[in-house]
Design a protein around this ligand. Structure first.
Ligand code: CU
Length: 198
């Protein structure tokens, strides 16, 4: 009888300790998670596939106070200079990748009501879509890399986000400046595409 009683007390005590411990663990865990979420830069990635669905590149994106940094690495592409853009939808349906839409250029959408401003911009011919990146140079061995920054874009919320509703994608074209890297293929042809994901 005494033994049973003390056992009961012991197990009650043990379960109280267990609850207490799990509370402490949970609190520590939550605090750590919040701290990491507050200090870590939001990141995104894209796996870039060619028209056959083969992986030909990877892009990683990170938020900095100056904008979104882009690190792009490619392989098995035609040697030469290729245009690279962020496109306006998070869709990459082969073979033409048309579902990715046009160049991502959220500023133009905001300015749509401002016809005079738009007109001037086009007259000057200086406006570059905000999602346009420098061209990537692919070497003889089919590899290439590019590091760039998109100062007007974000991985946060709002119109200018690469992670906006409907997503965005990163597109590689067959060539640049009127020159194609592939015979009988127009330089503007979309040859590889990756959906940008958190
Ligand atoms: Cu493009």
């Amino acid at each position: 009888m005494i033994n049973q009683h003390s056992h009961k007390i012991q197990s009650r005590f043990a379960s109280k300790v267990a609850v207490l411990l799990s509370c402490v663990t949970l609190t520590t865990f939550t605090a750590t998670t919040v701290a990491i979420a507050q200090t870590a830069e939001p990141k995104a990635t894209a796996s870039i596939l060619n028209v056959k669905g083969e992986l030909v590149g990877t892009a990683t994106f990170a938020q900095t106070p100056l904008g979104v940094t882009v690190s792009l690495k490619v392989q098995n592409l035609a040697k030469g200079e290729h245009m690279v853009h962020v496109h306006e939808y998070g869709k990459c349906d082969a073979p033409d990748f048309k579902t990715s839409g046009n160049h991502f250029d959220p500023e133009d959408k905001d300015d749509e009501h401002d016809h005079e401003h738009m007109h001037n911009k086009h007259e000057e011919g200086k406006h570059k879509p905000t999602g346009d990146l420098p061209n990537i140079i692919v070497k003889q061995d089919g590899t290439g890399s590019l590091n760039a920054i998109l100062p007007e874009l974000t991985l946060g919320s709002g119109n200018n986000s690469l992670l906006k509703q409907g997503g965005t994608s990163i597109m590689i074209h067959a060539g640049a400046d009127g020159k194609s890297t592939m015979p009988k293929v127009d330089y503007k042809t979309r040859i590889a595409c990756g959906v940008i994901k958190p």
